[in-house]
Design a protein around this ligand. Structure first.
Ligand SMILES: CC(C)=CC(=O)SCCNC(=O)CCNC(=O)[C@H](O)C(C)(C)COP(=O)(O)OP(=O)(O)OC[C@H]1O[C@@H](n2cnc3c(N)ncnc32)[C@H](O)[C@@H]1OP(=O)(O)O
Length: 258
């Protein structure tokens, strides 16, 4: 386990875990935390011994948003010059699947960070929202785009324009989260999901992620063509031979991850 100033990092069973660790500020996402999370995540992404990432917070807060105190005195030239929040795109663009375990508040940037994950496991008391409108701003870490693609215009407009919070049950009903579990099982269920993913062939899991993610950005025809090309390319890998041989030989596959 490695200690950074704003996160705690560990690896186990091919899962790289990043726990946000600013409990006094409800894991508010400041620039330092962003840099630490993204640098570690990018390292995990390139590591052949890591098959999935798990991102989590605390019992009270996954993350209560971007750090309002850090942003309060910023001005337009500074925001533009530093391209504030751009670094999060590196997390959103990881090829390795990411699971988010969400307990407590996932608000503003916290909700946006959860939406950068591929699978979101939420505790039954989790609270989601895009309350930036109450601060005189709008989402800035991709919320207006990812939320709309996940839940559709009607629900996204409701959340972004009113700033109202929704509970885990509603979040699951509208398609914002993958699964809701009892609060005390959020981390263990998310870990199970991350371990299941990490136990697959890494290139197959990465290409599965790429294909599903492409549906956010392409036409149906472009997306199905990309899927077919990725599918074809998997037949150049040892893992396709191994997976199909293992099936016919009635045994578990031993992935080479290539
Ligand atoms: C602008 C963009 C693009 C993105 C954003 O994310 S803006 C932020 C969106 N999030 C919010 O507006 C939520 C802000 N937080 C709250 O409304 C409340 O903290 C709460 C409802 C989540 C929890 O309320 P509670 O009474 O239980 O706890 P607090 O006393 O309010 O908070 C404890 C401690 O944490 C600090 N905190 C909480 N959220 C943030 C944040 N987003 N940025 C900076 N600091 C935050 C809060 O100030 C308090 O610290 P102090 O006691 O030192 O003031």
């Amino acid at each position: 386990m490695s200690e950074y100033s704003t996160i705690v990092v560990s690896t186990d069973n091919r899962v790289g875990t990043i726990q946000l660790n600013r409990p006094k500020a409800l894991n508010a996402l400041n620039q330092e935390l962003m840099e630490e999370v993204v640098s570690v995540a990018v390292e995990f992404d390139a590591d052949p011994n890591i098959g999935s990432l798990l991102i989590t917070g605390s019992e009270k807060a996954f993350a209560a948003g971007a750090d309002i105190k850090e942003m309060a005195d910023q001005d337009y030239p500074g925001m533009y010059a530093s391209d504030w929040f751009r670094r999060w795109e590196d997390l959103a663009n990881l090829r390795t699947p990411v699971v988010a375990a969400v307990n407590g508040y996932a608000l503003g940037g916290g909700c946006e960070l959860a939406m950068m994950a591929d699978v979101i496991i939420a505790g039954e008391s989790a609270t989601f929202g895009q309350p930036e409108i109450n601060l005189g701003v709008i989402p800035g870490m991709g919320g207006s785009q990812r939320l709309t693609r996940s839940v559709g215009k009607a629900k996204a407009m409701d959340m972004v324009l009113t700033g109202r919070f929704i509970g885990a049950e509603e979040a699951e009903r509208i398609g914002l989260v993958s699964r809701v579990v009892p609060d005390d099982q959020t981390l263990s269920e998310a870990r199970k999901a991350a371990e299941l993913i990490a136990a697959k062939s890494k290139p197959a899991a990465q290409m599965a992620k790429e294909a599903v993610s492409a549906s956010f950005e392409t036409t149906l025809q472009q997306g199905t063509r990309l899927e077919r090309r990725l599918f074809h390319s998997l037949f150049s890998l040892a893992d396709q031979k191994e997976g199909m041989s293992a099936f016919t030989e009635k045994r578990d596959p031993e992935w080479k991850h290539r």
